[in-house]
Ligand binder design. Structure first.
Ligand code: PLP
Length: 360
């Protein structure tokens, strides 16, 4: 590995991007209505479906992930949504749903905890309301907690066949298993600057048949994220609006690297190994803020034992390493390590060795 490839950048997104992926973004411009663009789409979409583990449909929007949080609600929720929250990013669904003026129920657990599937089930007992959708944030980036998406989705599916499951997989896609079809998800979205290890600018999303049918019944779906338009244009290997074409070149190459070269299983395993290495190396130095059973494979929020989080971050910066600060109400007490995307075990190990010295 040469020096340029050696990562010293460990924030939980945007993550480090391999130089050859950045290089893909320098292709000369083409039209998004051209045959070349359609060819690009014909290569990208099958790999994108594999990334989401779906045979249904996968789309690309030129937007950050937040756009699709709004888009998912706009397309699928005519009346009432149940929002589950366990930290800052899951609370974003709540803010958007309230802003859209739909009826919102809120299931919240304290920061640092995962959503308990049994607790979710209680929201369906007695069936006081019908929920058009439930929102789940798979990996809560502010606390480093990964929710058991499979178990949560199972609860919703068992309790209500026609409640849609809307999933924010911004910091889990390509880092942890996200089995869209097998788990019965309906909308699942992720921006590209985390586990996919590309520059920010695109959001990738999968939409189920059920979700598309819900969108068909909804008179107002907004303009920019109208799922019916995405379905129509993507079916013809096209794009709804002028997309960020440089990102598409990078996506083509990166999806091939993830799906066909590294393979998803190995990528998920590498992320688990990075999580375990982080905890092991920092024993006695910093505690994981998340419960071990829900420790995120992509981001660790850590409570330093001997120095303030601010001092740890500043000293690491002085040594040439960028780590993530704590987020929101955890800003003072924690710092975060993003171990996601294309970060390698040797890069992470080298950084953790320095961190051990600095935080001791
Ligand atoms: N959801 C999660 C879990 C996130 O971590 C983030 C960003 O860090 C977002 C949503 C917002 O994504 P974006 O910044 O791409 O809009």
């Amino acid at each position: 590995m040469n020096d340029e490839d050696f990562c010293r950048y460990f924030i939980p997104g945007p993550t480090w991007v391999r130089p050859e992926i950045l290089q893909e973004m320098t292709h000369p411009m083409i039209s998004h209505r051209s045959g070349e663009f359609r060819e690009l789409m014909r290569r990208i979409i099958p790999n994108l479906k594999t990334l989401f583990q779906t045979k249904q449909r996968a789309f690309i929007a030129t937007s950050s992930g937040t756009g699709l949080l709004e888009g998912a609600l706009l397309n699928t929720v005519p009346r009432r949504v149940l929002v589950t929250t366990c930290g800052a990013f899951s609370e974003r669904w709540l803010a958007i749903a309230e802003q859209l003026g739909v009826e919102v129920d809120h299931l919240s657990v304290p920061w640092g905890q995962a959503i308990d599937p049994d607790l979710l089930a209680t929201r369906f007992t007695g069936r006081r309301y019908h929920y058009d959708a439930v929102t789940i944030t798979h990996n809560e980036t502010s606390t480093g907690v990964i929710n058991d998406l499979k178990a949560l989705a199972e609860v919703v599916r068992n309790e209500s066949r026609d409640t849609l499951i809307l999933v924010d997989a911004v910091s889990s896609l390509a880092s942890a298993p996200v089995l869209f079809d097998e788990w019965g998800l309906d909308v699942c979205l992720a921006s590209t600057q985390k586990g996919v290890a590309m520059p920010p600018g695109l959001t990738l999303f999968a939409v189920s048949d059920r979700a598309l049918q819900a969108a068909e019944k909804k008179p107002y779906r907004g303009t920019y994220f109208d799922f019916l338009e995405y379905d129509k244009q993507t079916s013809n290997d096209g794009s709804v609006f002028t997309p960020s074409i440089p990102h598409y070149y990078a996506l083509d190459r990166q999806l091939d690297a993830i799906v066909n070269q590294e393979t998803l299983e190995k990528r998920w395993e590498r992320h688990s190994q990075m999580q375990r290495m982080t905890v092991k190396k920092l024993e006695g130095i910093a505690d994981l803020a998340a419960p071990a059973a829900h420790a995120s494979p992509s981001v660790s929020a850590l409570l330093p034992k001997h120095k303030s989080a601010e001092a740890v971050l500043a000293e690491m910066r002085a040594r040439g390493y960028t780590l993530g600060s704590g987020y929101g109400q955890w800003k003072q007490d924690t710092f975060r390590i993003g171990h996601m995307g294309d970060i390698t075990l040797p890069s992470l190990e080298a950084m953790l060795d320095v961190l051990r010295e600095v935080a001791a």
